[in-house]
Write a protein that binds this ligand. Structure first.
Ligand code: HEC
Length: 252
Protein backbone atom coordinates (compact mmCIF):
# COMPACT_ATOMS: atom_id res chain seq x y z
CA UNK A 1 0.00 0.00 0.00
CA UNK A 2 2.79 2.36 1.01
CA UNK A 3 4.57 1.61 -2.23
CA UNK A 4 1.47 2.32 -4.21
CA UNK A 5 1.05 5.69 -2.55
CA UNK A 6 4.72 6.45 -3.17
CA UNK A 7 4.39 5.49 -6.84
CA UNK A 8 1.31 7.68 -7.21
CA UNK A 9 3.04 10.62 -5.53
CA UNK A 10 5.94 10.27 -7.92
CA UNK A 11 3.63 10.02 -10.90
CA UNK A 12 1.54 13.02 -9.99
CA UNK A 13 3.89 15.76 -11.22
CA UNK A 14 4.25 13.84 -14.48
CA UNK A 15 0.51 13.74 -15.04
CA UNK A 16 0.18 17.43 -14.26
CA UNK A 17 3.13 18.20 -16.48
CA UNK A 18 1.79 16.08 -19.35
CA UNK A 19 -1.46 17.98 -19.40
CA UNK A 20 0.31 21.32 -19.30
CA UNK A 21 1.10 21.57 -23.00
CA UNK A 22 -2.37 20.77 -24.25
CA UNK A 23 -5.05 23.20 -25.17
CA UNK A 24 -7.50 23.84 -22.38
CA UNK A 25 -10.98 22.63 -23.23
CA UNK A 26 -13.79 25.08 -22.72
CA UNK A 27 -16.63 23.90 -20.48
CA UNK A 28 -19.76 23.14 -22.51
CA UNK A 29 -22.09 23.88 -19.58
CA UNK A 30 -24.97 22.02 -21.14
CA UNK A 31 -28.26 21.12 -19.54
CA UNK A 32 -29.67 17.96 -21.03
CA UNK A 33 -33.12 18.49 -19.50
CA UNK A 34 -33.54 21.73 -21.48
CA UNK A 35 -35.91 20.49 -24.21
CA UNK A 36 -35.78 23.75 -26.18
CA UNK A 37 -31.99 23.46 -26.41
CA UNK A 38 -32.27 19.83 -27.53
CA UNK A 39 -34.82 20.74 -30.19
CA UNK A 40 -32.66 23.54 -31.59
CA UNK A 41 -29.66 21.24 -31.43
CA UNK A 42 -31.54 18.56 -33.36
CA UNK A 43 -32.44 21.07 -36.04
CA UNK A 44 -28.83 22.20 -36.38
CA UNK A 45 -27.73 18.58 -36.54
CA UNK A 46 -30.04 17.57 -39.39
CA UNK A 47 -29.33 20.78 -41.30
CA UNK A 48 -25.58 21.05 -40.89
CA UNK A 49 -24.22 17.64 -39.97
CA UNK A 50 -26.35 14.90 -41.49
CA UNK A 51 -25.10 15.72 -44.97
CA UNK A 52 -22.03 13.75 -43.98
CA UNK A 53 -22.53 12.15 -40.57
CA UNK A 54 -25.17 9.61 -39.63
CA UNK A 55 -26.58 8.83 -36.21
CA UNK A 56 -27.38 5.23 -36.98
CA UNK A 57 -28.41 4.27 -33.47
CA UNK A 58 -31.07 6.94 -33.19
CA UNK A 59 -34.63 6.39 -34.32
CA UNK A 60 -36.49 9.53 -35.35
CA UNK A 61 -39.61 8.50 -33.49
CA UNK A 62 -37.82 7.95 -30.20
CA UNK A 63 -36.07 11.29 -30.56
CA UNK A 64 -39.35 13.06 -31.28
CA UNK A 65 -40.93 11.58 -28.16
CA UNK A 66 -37.98 12.42 -25.95
CA UNK A 67 -37.77 15.98 -27.24
CA UNK A 68 -41.50 16.57 -26.83
CA UNK A 69 -42.28 16.96 -30.55
CA UNK A 70 -45.46 15.85 -32.28
CA UNK A 71 -45.19 13.56 -35.27
CA UNK A 72 -45.98 16.49 -37.58
CA UNK A 73 -43.38 18.76 -36.00
CA UNK A 74 -40.88 15.96 -36.28
CA UNK A 75 -41.59 15.39 -39.96
CA UNK A 76 -41.71 19.06 -40.84
CA UNK A 77 -38.63 20.24 -39.00
CA UNK A 78 -36.24 17.38 -38.71
CA UNK A 79 -36.84 14.90 -41.47
CA UNK A 80 -35.64 15.35 -45.01
CA UNK A 81 -34.33 12.02 -46.11
CA UNK A 82 -36.13 9.45 -44.00
CA UNK A 83 -39.64 8.60 -45.10
CA UNK A 84 -41.01 7.02 -41.98
CA UNK A 85 -40.72 8.11 -38.39
CA UNK A 86 -39.69 4.59 -37.41
CA UNK A 87 -36.45 4.87 -39.37
CA UNK A 88 -32.96 5.48 -38.06
CA UNK A 89 -30.99 8.66 -38.71
CA UNK A 90 -29.08 7.23 -41.67
CA UNK A 91 -27.57 9.21 -44.48
CA UNK A 92 -27.34 8.59 -48.18
CA UNK A 93 -23.66 9.41 -48.72
CA UNK A 94 -21.57 6.46 -49.74
CA UNK A 95 -18.35 5.74 -47.86
CA UNK A 96 -16.40 5.66 -51.12
CA UNK A 97 -17.61 9.16 -52.06
CA UNK A 98 -16.54 10.64 -48.79
CA UNK A 99 -13.12 9.05 -49.03
CA UNK A 100 -12.71 10.72 -52.42
CA UNK A 101 -13.88 14.07 -51.08
CA UNK A 102 -12.35 14.22 -47.63
CA UNK A 103 -9.84 11.37 -47.55
CA UNK A 104 -11.74 9.79 -44.65
CA UNK A 105 -15.23 8.58 -43.85
CA UNK A 106 -17.04 11.01 -41.52
CA UNK A 107 -17.74 8.90 -38.43
CA UNK A 108 -21.21 8.08 -37.17
CA UNK A 109 -21.96 10.55 -34.37
CA UNK A 110 -24.38 8.46 -32.28
CA UNK A 111 -21.96 7.99 -29.41
CA UNK A 112 -19.39 10.69 -30.13
CA UNK A 113 -20.27 12.59 -26.94
CA UNK A 114 -19.31 9.56 -24.91
CA UNK A 115 -16.14 8.96 -26.89
CA UNK A 116 -14.86 12.54 -26.85
CA UNK A 117 -16.73 14.20 -23.99
CA UNK A 118 -18.97 17.23 -24.29
CA UNK A 119 -16.26 19.79 -23.48
CA UNK A 120 -14.09 18.46 -26.29
CA UNK A 121 -17.00 18.65 -28.76
CA UNK A 122 -17.83 22.18 -27.64
CA UNK A 123 -14.24 23.35 -27.99
CA UNK A 124 -13.83 21.52 -31.31
CA UNK A 125 -16.81 23.26 -32.91
CA UNK A 126 -15.51 26.64 -31.68
CA UNK A 127 -11.96 26.09 -32.85
CA UNK A 128 -11.96 26.02 -36.65
CA UNK A 129 -9.65 28.63 -38.15
CA UNK A 130 -8.40 29.65 -41.57
CA UNK A 131 -5.24 27.85 -42.62
CA UNK A 132 -4.28 28.26 -46.29
CA UNK A 133 -1.86 25.35 -46.00
CA UNK A 134 -4.72 22.85 -45.60
CA UNK A 135 -6.66 21.37 -48.56
CA UNK A 136 -10.00 22.66 -47.24
CA UNK A 137 -8.51 25.97 -46.13
CA UNK A 138 -9.23 25.33 -42.45
CA UNK A 139 -7.59 23.73 -39.48
CA UNK A 140 -8.71 23.10 -35.93
CA UNK A 141 -7.03 23.78 -32.60
CA UNK A 142 -8.13 20.55 -30.91
CA UNK A 143 -8.10 18.33 -34.02
CA UNK A 144 -4.92 19.11 -35.89
CA UNK A 145 -5.16 18.82 -39.68
CA UNK A 146 -8.81 17.87 -39.49
CA UNK A 147 -10.46 16.54 -42.64
CA UNK A 148 -13.81 18.21 -41.93
CA UNK A 149 -14.72 21.59 -43.46
CA UNK A 150 -15.93 24.38 -41.17
CA UNK A 151 -19.58 23.68 -41.95
CA UNK A 152 -20.92 26.24 -39.45
CA UNK A 153 -19.00 29.19 -40.89
CA UNK A 154 -22.25 30.79 -41.98
CA UNK A 155 -23.27 31.01 -38.32
CA UNK A 156 -19.91 31.73 -36.75
CA UNK A 157 -17.96 33.53 -39.46
CA UNK A 158 -14.31 32.74 -40.19
CA UNK A 159 -11.70 32.84 -37.47
CA UNK A 160 -8.02 33.60 -37.79
CA UNK A 161 -5.26 32.78 -35.33
CA UNK A 162 -3.77 35.37 -33.04
CA UNK A 163 -0.07 34.59 -32.66
CA UNK A 164 2.25 35.03 -29.77
CA UNK A 165 6.03 34.75 -29.51
CA UNK A 166 7.36 32.25 -27.00
CA UNK A 167 10.94 31.38 -26.17
CA UNK A 168 12.00 27.76 -25.80
CA UNK A 169 14.69 26.39 -23.47
CA UNK A 170 17.40 27.05 -26.06
CA UNK A 171 16.48 30.70 -26.27
CA UNK A 172 14.89 30.51 -29.75
CA UNK A 173 11.62 32.28 -30.26
CA UNK A 174 8.68 30.54 -31.88
CA UNK A 175 5.35 31.75 -33.05
CA UNK A 176 2.47 29.89 -31.45
CA UNK A 177 -1.28 30.36 -31.66
CA UNK A 178 -2.46 32.17 -28.56
CA UNK A 179 -6.12 32.26 -29.51
CA UNK A 180 -8.61 32.80 -32.31
CA UNK A 181 -10.66 35.79 -33.35
CA UNK A 182 -13.17 36.54 -36.07
CA UNK A 183 -11.70 37.87 -39.28
CA UNK A 184 -14.40 40.54 -39.38
CA UNK A 185 -13.66 41.78 -35.89
CA UNK A 186 -12.65 45.26 -37.04
CA UNK A 187 -15.94 45.75 -38.85
CA UNK A 188 -17.95 45.38 -35.65
CA UNK A 189 -18.37 47.29 -32.45
CA UNK A 190 -17.26 45.52 -29.30
CA UNK A 191 -20.89 44.84 -28.45
CA UNK A 192 -21.74 43.42 -31.87
CA UNK A 193 -18.69 41.21 -31.66
CA UNK A 194 -19.66 39.85 -28.26
CA UNK A 195 -23.18 39.22 -29.44
CA UNK A 196 -21.97 37.30 -32.47
CA UNK A 197 -19.64 35.21 -30.36
CA UNK A 198 -22.34 34.53 -27.76
CA UNK A 199 -24.90 33.53 -30.38
CA UNK A 200 -22.56 31.03 -31.91
CA UNK A 201 -21.57 29.63 -28.51
CA UNK A 202 -25.26 29.10 -27.83
CA UNK A 203 -25.65 27.30 -31.18
CA UNK A 204 -22.79 25.00 -30.33
CA UNK A 205 -24.07 24.43 -26.80
CA UNK A 206 -27.44 23.35 -28.24
CA UNK A 207 -25.77 21.09 -30.76
CA UNK A 208 -23.57 19.49 -28.11
CA UNK A 209 -26.61 18.99 -25.83
CA UNK A 210 -28.24 17.10 -28.67
CA UNK A 211 -25.12 15.00 -29.29
CA UNK A 212 -24.96 14.22 -25.58
CA UNK A 213 -28.61 13.20 -25.62
CA UNK A 214 -28.24 10.83 -28.59
CA UNK A 215 -25.18 9.30 -26.93
CA UNK A 216 -27.50 8.01 -24.24
CA UNK A 217 -31.19 8.62 -24.99
CA UNK A 218 -32.13 6.91 -21.74
CA UNK A 219 -30.29 9.60 -19.77
CA UNK A 220 -33.33 11.87 -19.76
CA UNK A 221 -35.55 9.17 -18.31
CA UNK A 222 -32.80 7.99 -16.01
CA UNK A 223 -32.39 11.43 -14.50
CA UNK A 224 -36.12 11.93 -14.14
CA UNK A 225 -36.54 8.48 -12.64
CA UNK A 226 -33.62 9.10 -10.29
CA UNK A 227 -35.46 11.90 -8.55
CA UNK A 228 -38.60 9.84 -8.22
CA UNK A 229 -36.65 6.93 -6.73
CA UNK A 230 -34.97 9.20 -4.19
CA UNK A 231 -38.29 10.80 -3.28
CA UNK A 232 -39.80 7.35 -2.86
CA UNK A 233 -36.94 6.27 -0.61
CA UNK A 234 -37.34 9.33 1.57
CA UNK A 235 -41.09 8.82 1.97
CA UNK A 236 -40.58 5.11 2.51
CA UNK A 237 -37.99 5.78 5.22
CA UNK A 238 -40.41 8.04 7.05
CA UNK A 239 -43.16 5.42 6.86
CA UNK A 240 -40.77 2.69 8.02
CA UNK A 241 -39.62 4.85 10.90
CA UNK A 242 -43.16 5.59 12.02
CA UNK A 243 -44.07 1.92 11.72
CA UNK A 244 -41.10 0.93 13.85
CA UNK A 245 -42.28 3.33 16.50
CA UNK A 246 -45.75 1.93 16.35
CA UNK A 247 -44.60 -1.70 16.71
CA UNK A 248 -42.14 -1.08 19.48
CA UNK A 249 -44.60 0.89 21.53
CA UNK A 250 -46.41 -2.34 22.43
CA UNK A 251 -43.18 -4.21 23.20
CA UNK A 252 -41.80 -1.64 25.65
C1 HEC B 1 -19.01 18.01 -45.53
C2 HEC B 1 -19.02 16.87 -44.69
C3 HEC B 1 -19.15 17.09 -43.20
C4 HEC B 1 -20.13 17.78 -42.53
C5 HEC B 1 -21.33 18.51 -43.14
C6 HEC B 1 -19.85 17.66 -41.12
N1 HEC B 1 -18.72 16.91 -40.93
FE1 HEC B 1 -17.95 16.37 -39.14
N2 HEC B 1 -16.46 15.36 -40.10
C7 HEC B 1 -16.33 15.24 -41.47
C8 HEC B 1 -15.15 14.46 -41.75
C9 HEC B 1 -14.64 14.09 -43.14
C10 HEC B 1 -14.57 14.11 -40.51
C11 HEC B 1 -13.33 13.30 -40.26
C12 HEC B 1 -12.19 14.24 -40.04
C13 HEC B 1 -10.86 13.55 -39.87
O1 HEC B 1 -10.82 12.40 -39.40
O2 HEC B 1 -9.86 14.20 -40.20
C14 HEC B 1 -15.42 14.71 -39.49
C15 HEC B 1 -15.17 14.62 -38.13
C16 HEC B 1 -16.02 15.08 -37.15
C17 HEC B 1 -15.79 14.93 -35.72
C18 HEC B 1 -14.61 14.28 -35.08
C19 HEC B 1 -14.86 12.82 -34.93
C20 HEC B 1 -13.73 12.15 -34.22
O3 HEC B 1 -12.89 11.58 -34.89
O4 HEC B 1 -13.70 12.22 -33.01
C21 HEC B 1 -16.87 15.50 -35.10
C22 HEC B 1 -17.10 15.59 -33.61
C23 HEC B 1 -17.72 16.03 -36.11
N3 HEC B 1 -17.19 15.76 -37.35
C24 HEC B 1 -18.88 16.72 -35.85
C25 HEC B 1 -19.65 17.33 -36.82
C26 HEC B 1 -20.82 18.13 -36.54
C27 HEC B 1 -21.36 18.38 -35.14
C28 HEC B 1 -21.30 18.56 -37.72
C29 HEC B 1 -22.47 19.49 -37.95
C30 HEC B 1 -22.35 20.78 -37.36
C31 HEC B 1 -20.44 18.02 -38.77
N4 HEC B 1 -19.45 17.28 -38.18
C32 HEC B 1 -20.62 18.24 -40.13
C33 HEC B 1 -17.17 15.75 -42.42
C34 HEC B 1 -18.27 16.53 -42.17
Amino acid sequence: MKRLILALTLLLPMIVFASGGELKLQPANINITDKAALQTGAKLFVNYCMGCHSANYVRFERMGNDLGLTKEELQENLMFTAEKVGEMMNIGMKGTDSVNWFGVIPPDLSVIARARGVDWLYTYLLSFYLDPARPLGVNNLVFKDVGMPHVLWGRQGWQKPVYEQVMDAQGNTHEVIAGLELVDKDKMTEQEYQEKVNNYQQDVRNLVSFLDYIGEPAKLQRQELGWKVILFLIIFSIVAYLLKHEYWRDVH
